[in-house]
Design a protein around this ligand. Structure first.
Ligand code: S3P
Length: 183
């Protein structure tokens, strides 16, 4: 009898994609579904810096933020089995992409930019320094797509499906398609 493959419990799963694509919400739901721990990299950066992402950008500069982000990504190597929501800029840096290749399975949540804009709350915008200028954010979205495309899995979303459905679909994809040699 052939049993269906299931995600290795030790394999880490990293959700990548543009700001506002649902990495945190869907990641949290996916972790519940797979009975895994959930870890949010922006929250880890904020914990390490002792201030908000916006304050790190404004007081210390983007480079300082990127260094912290890279360190927090590297730190996830200590915890097998995590589901990790990353920041939207993570894949833009080769050092992070290289690290991700060793750390686990990356999943791109691919949501149309117009849907992201339409559903981004005022609070969401205030939290995100790189979303202050919408035209600039759109350019960033287009520029980064090829880097997200390097993820192991691409999950195309309309952005209008309930996050529970997106998490269920993702769990299904992970169960069926991913080679299990990495964890
Ligand atoms: C960023 C995305 C943000 C956060 C920071 C920078 C980016 O995370 O890491 O504001 O460069 O796209 P979210 O994708 O969770 O909004």
């Amino acid at each position: 009898m052939v049993l269906p493959a299931s995600p290795d419990q030790r394999e880490r799963i990293y959700l990548v994609g543009f700001m506002g694509c649902g990495k945190t919400r869907i990641g949290d739901l996916l972790a519940d579904r797979l009975r895994r721990g959930f870890h949010d990299l922006d929250a880890a950066v904020q914990g390490k810096a002792g201030k908000t992402v916006r304050d790190v950008f404004e007081e210390d500069g983007e480079e300082a933020f990127r260094d912290l982000e890279h360190q927090c990504l590297a730190a996830t190597a200590a915890w097998p089995g995590l589901v990790v929501a990353t920041g939207g800029g993570l894949m833009a840096f080769e050092r992070n992409r290289r690290l991700l290749d060793d750390l686990g399975t990356s999943v791109w949540l691919d949501v149309p930019f117009d849907v992201i804009v339409a559903r981004m709350s005022e609070h969401g915008r205030r939290q995100r320094p790189l979303f202050d200028d919408e035209a600039e954010a759109r350019r960033l979205y287009e520029k980064r797509r090829p880097t997200y495309a390097e993820a192991d899995v691409r999950l195309r979303l309309t952005g209008e499906e309930p996050p529970e459905d997106a998490a269920a679909r993702l769990a299904e994809v992970l169960r069926s398609e991913i080679p299990r040699e990495r964890f």
